[in-house]
Design a protein around this ligand. Structure first.
Ligand SMILES: C[S@@+](CC[C@H](N)C(=O)[O-])C[C@H]1O[C@@H](n2cnc3c(N)ncnc32)[C@H](O)[C@@H]1O
Length: 367
């Protein structure tokens, strides 16, 4: 029995059936035993591959977007970018290596609750003390000139900060990983899928909610409850502030569309690059994810596919540049040549409409 399963059993024995969302939260994020507190992470040596982990191209395109938002803001001296759900820090590394135009103004804040992954930030990034990122513009020096620390300033935190806006908040594959609940349509309305104990095993227990909205759902169909993700978007928009932007990349759908599909298609588990088993099995030892129901979030200001977003921010020019470098340096065959050549393969993966290219990019203006 896993440590998380023991915790869940103790809770159920004390309180009776508990909501699935609580179990998912413990399984993923319990500080001592959750999947992300122990071994879980993105990457080739991790459990699943995300866009930044495909290679440096995704980060290079994100840099173009960051530079365009910086320009739109009037190229301020301090430009804060918060990357929420930073995982091992790969996107941060590729953004910084790609040499953003906004580098001297950049305050890059990685937010990652998993201490194990935050340790990787210290290994692979030159981190600054958090106060450096949030210091307000300093007083002018004795000669009357403002002295601003030259960026990039990079800090790593466990929670979303309070930053003076406007800022950019980026989240790649975070929303699908936040704890979610499940509702099942019964003959008398919606029931909350809870977790109980029977004969020594964890089982699903349906607890009526008294709600019967959503005429699209037939008896037996299930939908997710993503109120945690919705709350995160509201908090992120406040952090971004007027003039700022929240941008989330994720696999997404709608509640109605999910009601028509078996729930095992849109709730997925992963471990070591393989699909895992039922979410109540191996608690804490496998990732648990849920497609994002866009209609349950605050309405996005803009929405597009990942392929279109990457094209709009210049992925094709970067690939062409890679081809040119490869032609010029193929005979030398150095690292620069190989990196340039690999952009072509990375672009194929990032733009694939049946894979990462079909992800949705949701943008909310800050509030
Ligand atoms: C699927 S991973 C994605 C990692 C990385 N963004 C990538 O694309 O490779 C999701 C990450 O979000 C983190 N996370 C979970 N809840 C969070 C929260 N409330 N705020 C910030 N990060 C969170 C998890 O610990 C995990 O590392």
């Amino acid at each position: 029995m896993t440590a998380v399963e023991e915790l869940v059993r103790a809770e159920v024995t004390r309180r009776g059936p508990i909501p699935l969302a609580e179990v998912v939260d413990l399984a993923l994020y319990h500080p001592g035993a959750g999947f992300y507190a122990t071994s879980g992470r993105a990457g080739r040596r991790g459990d699943f591959l995300t866009s930044p982990e495909v290679g440096p191209l995704f980060g290079a395109v994100v840099v173009r977007a960051l530079d365009s938002w910086w320009t739109r803001l009037g190229e301020p001296e301090v430009f804060t970018v918060v990357e929420a759900g930073a995982g091992p820090g790969t996107l941060a590394r590729t953004v910084l290596t790609a040499g953003p135009r906004c580098a001297r103004a950049l305050r890059y804040v990685l937010v990652e609750p998993s201490a194990a992954q935050r340790r990787l930030h210290t290994e692979h990034l030159a981190l600054d003390p958090p106060a450096f990122a949030f210091a307000s513009l300093p007083d002018p020096d004795e000669d009357g000139d403002a002295v601003v620390a030259v960026g990039p300033v990079v800090v790593s935190l466990a929670d979303l900060p309070r930053a003076p806006g406007p800022c950019i908040v980026i989240a790649n594959e975070l929303l699908d990983n936040l704890a979610f609940g499940l509702l099942e349509r019964t003959a008398v309305g919606w029931a909350d899928v809870c977790v109980g104990l029977e004969g020594g095993s964890l089982i699903e227990v349906l607890v009526p909610t008294g709600r019967s909205d959503g005429p699209y759902a037939v008896t037996g169909s299930r939908v997710p409850d993503q109120s945690t993700a919705a709350r995160w978007v509201r908090d992120a928009r406040q952090l971004a502030g007027p003039g700022g932007v929240v941008v989330a990349f994720d696999y997404a759908s709608t509640t109605e569309e999910m009601a028509r599909r078996p729930w095992s298609e849109w709730v997925r588990t992963y471990r070591h690059h393989r699909r895992g088993s039922h979410p109540l099995e191996h608690l804490g030892e496998q990732d648990i994810t849920c497609e994002v129901a866009i209609d349950q979030l605050p309405p996005p200001t803009r929405e597009t596919s990942q392929a279109d977003w990457l094209r709009a921010h210049g992925i094709e020019a970067l690939v062409e540049e890679g081809r040119t470098i490869w032609r010029e340096r193929a005979a030398i065959g150095d690292l620069e040549a190989v990196r340039a050549r690999s952009r072509v393969g990375e672009a194929d993966a990032l733009l694939d409409p049946g894979g990462l290219g079909g992800f949705r990019v949701l943008e909310w203006d800050g509030s």
